[in-house]
Design a binder for this molecule. Structure first.
Ligand code: M6R
Length: 612
């Protein structure tokens, strides 16, 4: 995710901004930049690549001044490049902006500004903010007013810092849905999206709330509401994290942080992509191939590991709601199969968090040579898979640092729901059904928050079960792939033997393994296959197997047969996997940490599998 640092005070801004950027590197980024006000000039330097590259360039430059802004960018709009790196300016060297988040209506704003004569030099959404502020400054507003007016026109999420040569004493900070904090030092203020960029200098922090703006002059700041004005008195919090803790947002591990931020992940994945009144999804990345997609009669989904389990759930969604025959194959198998695909009627959909998985890339190359339409779902903007596919959808989940995929899996399921809605509404899906899916998707972040509140009881269950050597994970239909994912999470971070499978296959072999030492996790929400799952639970119970169930809130019956129950809120059947996976991620996490395993870097695993 992008990172912001700003400085205003009595010292030189440059070393503090660069140190801040280095502290933000752990979050993942593709480019970096810094702007510092020196007399009547703002010097702005940007690079594609690492902060170290930026430092190399700056080694031969004067970058004097005690007010400045800096940024590490994780591309969302526009590929990773120097021109797309922040800070962005109004093109006249007056206004400079750094921004985290997504401006949903930037295209309309940009078109209007272009008509008024503004010239843009990047592909980013952020640049419109600099131009808007510049426009209002020219009409006579001061910097605060100009930022306020600009933000009233913007839809989306942001944390931002704005500086202007014409108002050299002032820095403006504002936030909506993206974090921003002010570190209050004796003779300086450091503003950052993440405490890790501040804590080296002060542990006194003020958090900007959603819809708040801070006008910072010298070492004074005044916070007010963006809509109502009126000063807001904020308490200064004392943050006693060490720097390593700060990078993890106060959590012990990145994996736990990433599990806990899943409500926000889903919000970010959905942002700007649903038209509730029409029950439709807007997927800008598919607009070029929209007509082609209308003709598609079959989809093959290709991916590896966790992404392939998301693909399996996508198969159920696309068949049931979009009426498109769909097949899933892991990339390493697909690339050596003589798969029969008709380029006129079929498309290949690939899923990849990293966008660099070698087997998946090989599949894209192979099918493209045959003229098949390729669609990518990737998290890393500008990654090879994003570039190689004909069209695609980004997850917008932010960097995933824990090797075990958690928040991106949930985001992949969210994207697949959006894609199902998109393709379904191109076909026979009714408006009513479209609206139903839309409504439920919007509730998912809240539902995930409800599950995350049960973390303590999941930890207690993990304590009871951590010494078992073997586990089954079973589920049916939409939740069969969740059983596979639950087993994969447990084995990859705790090294416990875990098998995932379909409940219906139990009698065809696996039941031979069941005894009191082989617990089974059943994913059995109240859905169309609930009764079938219950019969399987009875079969395991009859053989003295312990049962941990993932069930729907209000299902009291299940308590009579299961030894433990993780409850999830009720939602549409096709969306239950997004909820059901959350307690299983937490279970795996707690079992692994109780066994002192390195959950963020499990043995033998790499985050990105770039070799065959
Ligand atoms: O980057 P990708 O999504 O293409 O990676 C695919 C798999 O390597 C990945 O999901 C892997 O299974 C993870 N270790 C799962 O936690």
């Amino acid at each position: 995710m992008c990172g912001i640092v700003g400085y205003i005070g009595k010292n030189q801004a440059r070393p503090i901004l660069l140190e801040g950027l280095r502290r933000l590197e752990y979050r993942g980024y593709d480019s970096a930049g810094v702007a510092v006000l020196d007399g009547d000039t703002i010097n702005n330097f940007k690079v594609k690549g690492r902060v170290a590259e930026l430092e190399k360039i700056l080694a031969n430059q004067d970058l004097e001044g005690s007010i400045g802004i800096a940024h590490t960018r994780w591309a969302t709009h526009g590929e990773p490049s120097q021109k797309n790196a922040h800070p962005h300016s109004d093109g006249e060297g007056n206004v400079f902006v750094v921004h985290n988040g997504i401006i949903e209506n930037y295209k309309t704003l940009k078109t209007n500004l272009e008509k008024e004569g503004h010239k843009f030099s990047s592909d980013t959404d952020t640049e419109v903010i600099a131009h808007l502020v510049s426009k209002f400054l020219k009409s006579g507003d001061d910097l605060e007013q100009a930022v306020r007016k600009s933000l009233r026109l913007i839809k989306g999420a942001y944390a931002l810092l704005v500086m202007a040569k014409s108002e050299p004493e002032t820095l403006i900070a504002a936030r909506f849905s993206s974090p921003l904090r002010i570190g209050v030092g004796a003779d300086q203020l450091i503003i950052a999206s993440d405490p890790s960029a501040i804590l080296n200098y002060t542990s006194q922090l003020v958090t900007l709330g959603d819809g708040e703006i801070a006008v910072i002059k010298g070492t004074d700041y005044a916070i007010s509401s963006l809509v109502g004005g009126g000063t807001i008195d904020k308490e200064i919090e004392e943050i006693e994290w060490d720097l390593t803790e700060a990078e993890k947002g106060g959590y012990d591990h990145f994996m736990l942080k990433e599990i806990m931020e899943q409500p926000e992940t889903v919000r970010n994945t959905l942002r700007g992509r649903l038209i509730s009144e029409e029950g439709k999804a807007v997927l800008g990345g598919l607009s070029r191939v929209e007509d082609k997609l209308r003709q598609i009669e079959r989809i093959t989904v290709v991916a590896c590991g966790t992404a392939s389990y998301a693909a399996l759930i996508g198969e159920y969604m696309l068949e049931e709601y979009a009426g498109i025959p769909t097949e899933v194959c892991v990339s390493s198998e697909f690339r050596y199969r003589k798969a029969v695909i008709d380029p006129k009627k079929e498309a290949v959909l690939v899923l990849s968090q990293s966008g660099e998985t070698a087997d998946t890339l090989a599949v894209i190359k192979e099918v493209k040579e045959k003229g098949v339409l390729t669609i990518g779902i990737a998290n890393v903007t500008g990654s090879s898979i994003a570039k190689e596919t004909d069209a695609g959808i980004y997850n917008h989940a932010g960097p995933e640092i824990g090797v075990a995929s958690t928040k991106v899996f949930v985001s992949q399921l969210t994207v697949l729901s959006l894609l199902t809605l998109f393709l379904g509404r191109q076909r026979q899906m009714s408006v009513t059904m479209g609206k139903r899916i839309t409504e439920e998707l919007l509730k998912i972040p809240e539902y995930i928050s409800t599950i995350l509140k049960t973390n303590q009881s999941i930890l207690e269950i993990a304590e009871k079960y951590k010494d078992y050597n073997d586990f089954f994970f079973l589920g049916r239909k939409y939740n069969f792939p969740i059983a596979l994912e639950g087993a994969l999470k447990l084995k990859e971070i705790s090294y416990i033997h875990a098998e995932g499978g379909s409940s219906g296959e139990l009698k065809h072999g696996p039941i031979a393994m069941i005894d009191e030492n082989f617990p089974t996790v059943f994913v059995c929400p109240k859905d169309s296959v609930y009764e079938k799952n219950i019969s399987n639970i009875e079969e395991v119970k009859a053989r003295k197997g312990k049962i941990i169930a993932v069930a729907t809130e209000g299902d009291e019956e299940i308590k009579k047969i299961a030894d433990e129950v993780f409850y999830i809120p009720k939602t549409l059947e096709m969306l239950t996997p997004i909820l059901a996976v959350v307690p299983l991620q937490l279970l795996a996490y707690h079992v692994a940490t109780l066994k002192d395993c390195d959950v963020d870097k499990p043995r033998n695993l790499a985050k990105s599998v770039t070799v065959e």
